[in-house]
Design a protein around this ligand. Structure first.
Ligand code: MN
Length: 251
């Protein structure tokens, strides 16, 4: 039995109410939610969402549990059926409130999320980045913005996509500047903690530093990649970023 890892209690109330935080993280989630051999996470989500809606608790806790329900495998058509069914027992207006939230959460994926991401930036997503696909995990896209003087490319990563470890080389000058334009991503230098990236962030990558950049596991991400002019510039592509350390970044 794998314990469901939960740190929300300690993060929100660890200082103010340490016992409540401990009960929330270690008992409610660590013990009750973790009894997957007795009842699946999916079914526990179904019960929890219904219980919260029945109380009219359509706040951030319902939002959190609807997102968890989606992660735990409840599909769009199932949540629509669950809330419709519960509406007769819990109350019509409560179902309306829950549906408003559920609709956003279950339409975030697929083409809707890509469209939302495209609408959040002024630069195009461009074309599938086939030329560099061998150096990426997941699908990326490339839109050349400037190909004279200084090369500037808008690079878009689907959720979970990142490039391999790599090094920008040059004899003089060189390196790369990232300007984050939309979504959420990560940048990491070899031997250092990963740095979370948000729109407006700028990363200066010196020559000779082994690093990778890409999207968060659950978010599209775009950055401008500025090629700093240098002599004898080249890119050295290395190994992929392992799933295990990458998967821990958002936890
Ligand atoms: Mn780079």
């Amino acid at each position: 039995m794998m314990a469901v890892k939960q740190t929300a209690g300690r993060e929100a109330l660890g200082e103010f109410a340490p016992k409540f935080a401990q009960l929330n993280d270690d008992v409610l989630f660590g013990e009750v939610w973790s009894r997957e051999d007795k009842l699946s996470l999916r079914d526990r989500s179904l019960v929890t969402v219904t219980a919260l809606m029945a109380q009219g608790l359509t706040d951030s806790s319902l939002q959190h549990h609807l997102m968890a329900a989606k992660q735990n495998g409840i599909t769009k058509s199932e949540i629509a059926e669950i809330l419709t069914h519960a509406a007769f027992y819990a109350g019509w207006p409560k179902a309306w409130a829950a549906f408003r939230m559920a609709k956003d959460i279950w339409t975030e994926d697929g083409t809707d999320a890509r469209t939302a991401h495209a609408n959040a930036m002024v630069f195009p997503i461009g074309q599938p980045n086939d030329g560099f696909a061998q150096y990426f995990t997941g699908q990326s896209y490339l839109a050349p913005l400037s190909t004279q003087q200084v090369g500037i490319f808008n690079v878009t990563f689907e959720p979970g996509c990142r490039n391999n470890w790599h090094i920008h080389h040059a004899d003089r000058g060189g390196g790369q500047i990232l300007v984050c334009v939309a979504g959420r991503g990560w940048y990491q230098e070899w031997g250092q903690e990963a740095r979370a990236l948000h729109p407006g962030d700028v990363v200066n990558i010196p020559v000779g530093v082994k690093h990778w950049h890409g999207a968060a596991a659950d978010s599209w991400f775009s950055h401008l990649a500025v090629e700093v002019p240098g002599e004898n510039g080249s890119n050295e592509w290395l190994e992929a970023v392992d799933d295990a350390p990458y998967g821990k970044l958002d936890q």
